[in-house]
Ligand binder design. Structure first.
Ligand SMILES: Cc1cc2nc3c(=O)[nH]c(=O)nc-3n(C[C@H](O)[C@H](O)[C@H](O)COP(=O)(O)OP(=O)(O)OC[C@H]3O[C@@H](n4cnc5c(N)ncnc54)[C@H](O)[C@@H]3O)c2cc1C
Ligand code: FES
Length: 276
């Protein structure tokens, strides 16, 4: 059972993004909640379908957008497949926002790297939009996105639009590239070797599969990014979302409460240990 009663939200839009991936735009049915609800980039919600279950999903909207909230989901199991069936007008429960988001205070005035793999782009969209709307508060923004196959890239037009923004560069990598792929064929870590001017001194935000994030964090250190400036967004099985049940424990941490965004020096000794 949820720890606190979920708020009721209504699906206003279901966007098919790719194979098994969709975005739900949700709106609180209570107008007061719609007005007062706030979140920080990198936080997540628990989406609750009565009789089916509840899952943690990152918030993929712009923090400044008041009317609806976006969640981009891959249908992998019981709850996410049921979420995939929802259409405009359907209602569900939402608890949140939960967790610690991206380190925006530490990022002020700095060059930023946002490095994502696969659907890891979803939790990073809100921070990219936040930076875009406050462009003068931050230095150069470099966005690197890796996918297994070039056909898996979501939001291609959005990446192209971001690449046109001032002091912003976007580099894409695909392990396997189809015809017309504008990016690199290979791993996202290889893009770091190709960055004109390098990335030393930047603050990095990483989201993707854990082996990818670990490889990127190690490569960044070799490229002169300080360990304390490298931040990763983790996924773990969750139940309560608020640090009570222990489902998401990682060593001394509860990922729901202390994360999901955590600094590399904290994670380095914990990631890759069997059983943690
Ligand atoms: C903080 C946080 C943020 C998250 N943000 C997002 C998000 O923005 N979008 C999103 O799609 N997911 C996100 N997830 C992952 C999402 O919560 C899980 O995919 C979901 O809980 C699976 O529930 P289920 O009932 O559908 O699948 P289950 O029935 O629990 O699992 C079915 C099968 O899928 C496998 N599986 C479970 N999770 C994943 C996964 N992530 N990828 C591949 N296989 C998996 C399981 O091992 C199992 O074999 C996030 C997780 C966390 C902790
Ligand atoms: S999900 Fe319950 S402690 Fe984190």
């Amino acid at each position: 059972m949820p720890e606190t009663p979920p708020a009721e939200v209504e699906v206003v839009e279901h966007i098919a993004e790719g194979r098994d991936i969709f975005t739900l735009r949700l709106r609180f049915t209570d107008p007061a909640q719609r007005t007062n609800w706030r979140f920080a980039p990198g936080q997540f919600d628990m989406l609750y379908l009565p009789g089916v279950g509840e899952v943690p999903i990152s918030i993929a909207s712009d923090v400044d957008e008041r009317e609806s909230l976006a969640h981009t989901v891959r249908a992998v199991g019981r709850v996410t497949r049921a979420l995939a069936q929802l259409r405009p007008g359907d209602r569900l429960g939402l608890r949140g926002p939960f967790g610690q988001g991206w380190p925006l205070d530490a990022a002020g005035g700095r060059d930023l790297l946002v490095i994502t793999g696969g659907l890891g782009c979803a939790p990073a969209v809100s921070v990219i939009r936040h930076v875009m709307r406050r462009r003068s508060h931050y230095g150069r923004l470099t966005i690197l996105q890796g996918v297994r196959h070039s056909d898996d890239l979501l939001w291609r037009a959005q990446y192209e639009a971001w690449a046109q923004q001032p002091d912003t560069r976007v580099l894409l990598a695909a392990d396997v590239a189809g015809p017309g792929w504008p990016g690199h064929q290979g791993l996202v870590t290889e893009l770091l070797d190709r960055l004109p001017g390098g990335c030393a001194g930047a603050l990095a935000m990483i989201c993707g599969p854990e082996p990818m994030m670990t490889a990127v964090a190690r490569a960044l250190e070799q490229h002169g990014v300080a360990a304390e400036d490298i931040w990763l967004s983790l996924e773990r099985n969750m139940h309560c979302g608020v640090g009570h049940c222990g489902h998401c424990q990682l060593g001394p941490l509860f990922v729901c409460r202390d994360g999901p965004v955590l600094p590399w020096p904290t994670l380095r000794p914990l990631l890759g240990i069997r059983g943690l």
